[in-house]
Design a protein around this ligand. Structure first.
Ligand code: SAH
Length: 212
């Protein structure tokens, strides 16, 4: 299995229609982002462990979230939860710059190395708790959160540009969560729930706060 058959067999049949997203999913070398023992399974239809209790999302979920983010070539994107760096690479194919934040130092270091060796010069990896976003480069045209939070952190809302889009799984840790697409119009946040998903929990500041 390779990236081209992953796109043709898993993404197109399940309704990923955005041609830019499909092209990005074809070109990123997913096998470089998974641990060596999972290389042969890199393009299969499921999540894979990346160590430290974390996972790289299933290709379909990466494609779906990327499609819902409605990227544009000139956009600046913030991703919370770098993990393997794979989602950041897919975004890097589609936008001007990706800032991505990871709370586990070993994962941040590994992702930074892989992204560099794969030739991505428009991704910056930060090691820190992403509950507070990344104020220094705000506002962001797009924000993607790849760990489940009980509610949308206020700081992330504040850091989303007017007209911007955020995609975030909302719900309890280890329960069923819903993929929420949020659009900022001035100081209003319009949202639509898109699909049920299961993500590893968001840790740090926001996980302590109460449900909406
Ligand atoms: N997008 C990743 C998969 C993310 S798994 C990929 O393409 O591989 C979720 C990641 O979010 C984990 O690596 C976890 O450590 C990280 N995470 C959880 N809470 C976080 C927080 N508060 N700030 C930053 N990263 C966080």
């Amino acid at each position: 299995m390779d990236a081209a058959s992953m796109v043709d067999e898993q993404l197109v049949p399940r309704g990923i229609t955005d041609q830019r997203v499909l092209a990005a999913m074809r070109s990123v070398r997913r096998h470089r982002f998974v641990p060596i023992q999972y290389r042969l399974s890199a393009y299969y239809d499921g999540p894979l462990p990346i160590g430290y209790g974390q996972t790289i999302s299933q290709p379909y979920i990466v494609a779906l979230m990327t499609q819902l983010l409605e990227t544009e070539p000139e956009a600046t994107v913030l991703e919370i939860g770098t993990g393997s760096g794979y989602q950041a690479a897919v975004l890097a194919e589609l936008v001007k710059h990706v800032y991505t934040v990871e709370t586990i130092k070993e994962l941040a270091d590994r992702a930074r190395k892989v992204l560099e060796s794969e030739g991505y010069t428009n991704v910056t990896v930060y090691h820190r708790d992403g509950s507070y976003g990344l104020p220094e480069h705000a506002p962001y045209d797009r924000i993607m959160v790849t760990a489940a939070a009980p509610r949308v952190p206020d700081q992330l809302k504040d850091q989303l540009a007017d007209g911007g889009v955020m995609v975030i799984p909302i719900g309890p840790a280890y329960g069923v969560q819903v993929l929420r697409q949020i659009r900022r119009v001035k100081d209003d946040f319009e949202w639509t729930d898109r699909e049920y998903v299961r993500f590893v929990p968001f840790t740090g500041g926001v996980s302590q706060s109460e449900d909406e």
